[in-house]
Write a protein that binds this ligand. Structure first.
Ligand SMILES: Cc1ncc(COP(=O)(O)O)c(C=O)c1O
Length: 502
């Protein structure tokens, strides 16, 4: 035996990443857990978000670490330079884009999932059964049939892309997976509304159709797809030899949370033999709130639904989901047999079909666990009540805006999103600055959008921690920053002096 082989043959002599002393890791691990629980519990005491100082950013411009570092030192970098400068969506004052707040339960489950380090691409193990359990719960939520299938993905952008791919294979047949979309595919056209999320356009591009093959149909005054215009566009396209194959309806448009008339879209798709997909990124979970569920009528008729548990479901990032009515069609779009993924009837390679047959990813994390914990621990009634509470807060903000002459509502409030602005001569500039001021003040973090050419302050209330006091703080800060932004230099000096005294 060579020296090296003799060394390897000694028990315990190999290289490993496990610690010499597990108790050291245990002590530090308990501290991390305590610190993180405190971090969440005391979130209101901190700013929503804060700008990153150059010195902090510089911490992450280091050379590749070839030498080891003490875990405690690495952790100190986390506590000092990472935790304080995160996005801020844990905070009840975060109202930008559409971000969920997460929960301590989800965090703990994520730690447990990382401990198991399970790969949910396939094979026969209980984590896959946990994902199947959640798939079945989702199927029940949307009253889908027993043959429906689904899986976790990163987010709704990916779920929408996958739905386009399933619809593509359904329209062109499985051979198109070998030959590409070809001449037939070049004539396929899809339909959505002008208010749809940009990831639908991206999905059409990535799926090989090109974004021009997506018809963005007119919307009505409530931002819902104009069904008559949709019907006409489909007829016009058929008349020139194109082949409509897919309609993507929105259950909660990104700008203002409008819900398309899903029932009518479903009927039209049935009539025209088109794939009916619903982008329900955040709005689909409205199904859990008895007050909102009737507005989603028709979603149960969809061929596929994309949505996120990481938004209104409050599951920590990321936890996107795709549900497909016909599991066979779903599998037809993705399953790709390989010798090294051979299925058996017994042993670890049993349990077909595997999630890798239903999507792009082979290696997949245990997103299902944090979702399973969240659904089991809170129950869907409670999660539905949180969804309804967000909408009630949006109505409260709407009422505050309507009651305040200095503010102007820019769109109807459908669900949990309020778009408004401070009235000013140079309103776009003033409101853009107000939003930056709000974010930098740490009081609230809305985002912006543009509606009919006008810049809006956009507040999407998603976080379960947000309450009426956060709405009041937001309105007060908008009025304060708005007054400062529109004040003459003389008035500004007075306002600032008053602010200092206060
Ligand atoms: C309507 C809609 N669709 C799609 C998406 C994209 O979802 P994700 O960010 O999870 O990819 C969003 C994001 O907010 C959305 O609001």
């Amino acid at each position: 035996m060579t020296h090296m082989l003799r060394e390897i043959a000694q028990p315990g002599s190999g290289e490993t990443l496990d610690p010499q002393d597990w108790d050291d890791v245990r002590v530090l691990g308990h501290r991390m857990l305590d610190d993180m629980i405190d971090h969440i519990a005391t979130v209101r005491e901190r700013p929503v978000w804060q700008p990153i100082p150059d010195a902090v950013r510089a911490q992450f411009r280091e050379q590749l670490p070839r030498e080891a570092n003490e875990l405690a030192d690495v952790y100190r970098t986390f506590t000092d330079f990472i935790a304080p400068y995160a996005t801020g969506n844990l905070h009840p004052g975060f109202m930008g884009w559409v971000h969920g707040g997460g929960s301590a339960v989800g965090m703990l489950a994520e730690m447990l999932a990382a401990g198991l380090n399970a790969n949910l691409g396939g094979r026969d193990h209980i984590p896959i059964e946990v994902e199947r359990q959640v798939v079945d719960w989702v199927r029940q939520m949307f009253s889908f049939p027993a043959e429906a299938s689904g899986l976790f993905v990163t987010g709704t952008s990916m779920a929408n892309l996958m739905a386009v791919l399933v619809a593509r294979t359904c329209a062109l047949g499985k051979p198109a997976r070998r030959h590409g979309i070809g001449g037939q595919g070049a004539r396929l056209t899809a339909y959505t509304s002008k208010a749809a999320h940009g990831c639908i356009t991206k999905a059409m591009d990535i799926a090989g159709f090109g974004s021009d093959a997506l018809r963005c149909v007119a919307i009505d005054e409530s931002h819902r797809i104009d069904i008559a215009a949709l019907r006409e566009q489909i007829a016009r396209d058929r008349a020139i030899g194109l082949k409509p194959f897919l309609v993507v309806a929105s259950a909660g448009t990104v700008d203002i949370g409008a819900i398309d008339d899903l029932w009518s879209v479903a009927a039209l798709c049935r009539e025209e033999k088109l794939w009916f997909h619903v982008d329900g990124a955040f709005g689909a979970l409205g199904i859990l709130a008895p007050e909102l569920a009737p507005r989603l009528v028709g979603i149960e008729l969809a061929d596929s639904i994309a949505f996120d548990f990481h938004k209104w479901g409050q599951v920590p990032y990321d936890a996107g989901f795709l549900l497909v009515r016909d599991g066979e069609r779903h599998k037809n779009a993705f399953a790709a047999p390989a010798a090294y993924l051979r299925r058996e009837t017994r042993g670890l390679a049993a349990g077909s079909e595997w999630p890798c047959d239903l999507g792009v990813d082979l290696s997949r994390g245990f997103r299902a666990l944090k979702t399973w914990f969240t659904l089991k621990t809170y129950g869907t009634d409670k999660l539905g009540a949180i969804v309804a509470h967000s909408c009630a807060l949006a109505s409260y903000l709407e009422a505050r805006v309507r009651a305040e002459p200095r503010l102007e509502l820019l769109a109807p409030v459908n669900l949990n999103i309020v778009c408004f602005r401070y009235r000013a001569a140079d309103a776009d500039r003033v409101n853009r600055e107000i939003v930056v001021n709000l974010q930098e003040s740490g009081i609230a973090a809305p985002s912006t959008t543009v509606l009919d050419g006008e810049l809006a302050i956009r507040c999407a209330i998603v976080n379960h921690r947000t309450d009426a006091c956060d709405i009041d703080a937001l309105v007060a800060a908008v009025l304060e920053f708005g007054a400062r932004r529109t004040a003459s230099p003389g008035q500004l000096a007075v306002t600032e002096a008053v602010a200092v005294v206060v």
